[in-house]
Write a protein that binds this ligand. Structure first.
Ligand code: ZN
Length: 456
C-alpha cells in the first residue's frame, strides 16, 4: 500500500507513506514511496487515510433482532420490557443477528469485535456457537464473552426467573466454551472471555466463581458496571456498597478485567481502575439513548486508566457505527468538560489501541507498527465533501464516516469500496431482518409483544 496518509496511533503521522504486508503481518512502514521489494499486490492509497482497524469492546449482537423498542425507557425499564422477548430467541435468531451486526461493524471500520452474550434460554440450540459461526464466515477477529445471569426476580434480581440459569450449569457451559473455542495464539481470530452480566442479575457466588474459572484458564473477565444511578441505588440497598466497591471485594478489579460503561465512578474509583489496570468499554451512544449519563473519560485518561470504545447492543444504540462512536465520545467529553477534553487523535486511540488493551491484545493489534497484525482501515478522504476538511484524521473523527475504501483483517480483504467481500452484503442484511421477524414470531407464540414506548 503506498501514497497513503498514515495515522499509526503510536508514533507521528506520515503524510505520504507506504505499508508493506507479508502474510498476516505488517513488515515495513515508512515515509515516501514504497521501496521496490518482492512482487505482490500493490494498492494505491492516494487520497486515503490508513488507520488501525477499529476495535469494538462491548456488544450484544443478538439485540439486532429487537431494535427500536422501549424507546423512552431507562436501563432498568428497558431491560424489564425486553427480557421476556429475549427469552424466546433461539440459535437461528442469534446466527442472523450476529451476521448482520458483525457485517455492519465491518462496514464501519471494525476489524475486531467482542460480544457479550448473556441470555441462554433452555432447549433453543447452541447460541454461542451460532455467533462464532457468523464471525468466522465474515472473517472478522472475534472475542465472544460467555455471559450469564443466575439471580432472577425471586432472588432479588432484575431479570425474570425464566431467563436465568443455574450456577453449576453456567460454570460448566463457560468452561466448555473456553476449552472448545479459545485460541491464545498471536494471530488468533477467536478468543473467549468470561462475563457474568451485572451486579443486579448475578449472585456474588457466580461473580467469584467466574473470576476463579477465568484465571485458572488464562482468559479475560468482562461485565457491566456502574452504568446507571439505579444500579448504584440497587447495590447500596442490597449490599450497603457502591458497585465498584462491591466488585473489588469480589476480586473483580485487575489487569485481566474490562467493564462496560463505568459512567458513575468516584475520584477514588478512577484511581483504583488506573492502579489495578482495569479497562473500560465506553459506549456513549447507548449511554445517551438510555439517559445513563456521561462517563468521565477524559479524567480517566488523565488518571492513567485505559478506555476503549463499544457500540453496545443494537437494542440500546440502534445502527450505531463504531466509527461514529469516536465522534460521539469526543462530543460528549467536550460537552461536559470543554473543547480541550478530548482530541481527534485521542478519540482514534480509544477506538484502536484502547480497545486492543481492553482485550489484552496491545502487542498484536491497535496500531500500525512493524510486527503487528495487518488489521487496517483505509478511509477515502479526497471525496467531493471530505476533501474540504483541513486534515484526514479530523475528517474521520469530527464528521460522519468517510467512504471505507478497504478493510483488512490479517491482510485479508473484508470490505472494499464500502462493500463486504467475504459474504454477500444483501444476504447479511436480510439475515438480520429475518432474525427480527423470527424473534417477534417466537415471542408472540409465548404471548409476548414488546412495546416501542414504555411511558406512552
Ligand atoms: Zn451492554
Amino acid at each position: 500500500m503506498e501514497n497513503v496518509h498514515i495515522a499509526p496511533v503510536t508514533g507521528p503521522e506520515i503524510e505520504s507513506g507506504y505499508i508493506r504486508i507479508e502474510g498476516d503481518r505488517i513488515v515495513e512502514l515508512g515515509a515516501g514511496p514504497a521501496p521496490t521489494g518482492p512482487d505482490g499486490a500493490r494498492v494505491d492509497g492516494s487520497g486515503c487515510l490508513a488507520t488501525p482497524g477499529l476495535v469494538n469492546t462491548h456488544h450484544h449482537l443478538y439485540q439486532w433482532a429487537s431494535q427500536g423498542l422501549a424507546q423512552d425507557a431507562t436501563l432498568f425499564e428497558w431491560l424489564v420490557a425486553l427480557y421476556p422477548m429475549w427469552a424466546s430467541m433461539d440459535a437461528e435468531v442469534v446466527r442472523g443477528a450476529a451476521s448482520a451486526g458483525l457485517g455492519y461493524l465491518a462496514l464501519t471500520g471494525c476489524t475486531t469485535s467482542s460480544d457479550h452474550h448473556y441470555v441462554f434460554p433452555r432447549g433453543r440450540g447452541d447460541l454461542f456457537a451460532a455467533e462464532i459461526e457468523a464471525a468466522a464466515e465474515l472473517g472478522i477477529r472475534f472475542h465472544p464473552a460467555r455471559g450469564s445471569m443466575d439471580r432472577g426476580r425471586s432472588q432479588g434480581g432484575l431479570p425474570p426467573d425464566v431467563v436465568v440459569e443455574r450456577l453449576d450449569d453456567i460454570l460448566a457451559a463457560t468452561a466448555e466454551a473456553v476449552d472448545t473455542y479459545h485460541d491464545p495464539s498471536f494471530s488468533s481470530k477467536l478468543r473467549v472471555a468470561v462475563a457474568p452480566c451485572s451486579p443486579f442479575s448475578v449472585t456474588d457466588e457466580l461473580m467469584t466463581e467466574s473470576a476463579a474459572l477465568a484465571r485458572a484458564k488464562g482468559v479475560r473477565l468482562h461485565t457491566h458496571l456502574a452504568e446507571t444511578l439505579d444500579e448504584e441505588q440497587h447495590c447500596l440497598a442490597r449490599l450497603g456498597k457502591r458497585p465498584v466497591d462491591h466488585m473489588e471485594a469480589l476480586g473483580w478489579l485487575g489487569p485481566d478485567v474490562w467493564v462496560a460503561h463505568a459512567v458513575h465512578l468516584s475520584d477514588d474509583d478512577i484511581a483504583r481502575f488506573a492502579r489495578t489496570g482495569t479497562g473500560t468499554a465506553h459506549c456513549p451512544s447507548s449511554n445517551g439513548r438510555l439517559g445513563a449519563g456521561i462517563a468521565r473519560v477524559s479524567e480517566m485518561l488523565r488518571g492513567g486508566a485505559n478506555v476503549g470504545l463499544g457500540v453496545d447492543g443494537s437494542a440500546s444504540s440502534e445502527l450505531t457505527p463504531l466509527s461514529g462512536e469516536m465522534r460521539q465520545a469526543l462530543l460528549f467529553q467536550r460537552a461536559r468538560y470543554g473543547p480541550a477534553a478530548l482530541t481527534a487523535r485521542q478519540a482514534l486511540e480509544l477506538a484502536t489501541l484502547g480497545g486492543a488493551r481492553n482485550l489484552g491484545r496491545e502487542r498484536e493489534l491497535g496500531s500500525l507498527e512493524v510486527g503487528k497484525l495487518a488489521d487496517l482501515a483505509l478511509w477515502r478522504v479526497d471525496g467531493a465533501f471530505t476533501a474540504a476538511v483541513a486534515e484526514p484524521v479530523c475528517a474521520l473523527v469530527f464528521g460522519p464516516q468517510p467512504p471505507l475504501a478497504l478493510l483488512l483483517v490479517g491482510g485479508e480483504t473484508i470490505v472494499a469500496d464500502d462493500e463486504l467481500r467475504t459474504v454477500p452484503q444483501d444476504v447479511v442484511g436480510q439475515a438480520g431482518v429475518a432474525a427480527h421477524h423470527r424473534l417477534v414470531r417466537l415471542a408472540r407464540e409465548q404471548g409476548i409483544t414488546a412495546r416501542t414506548e414504555v411511558h406512552a
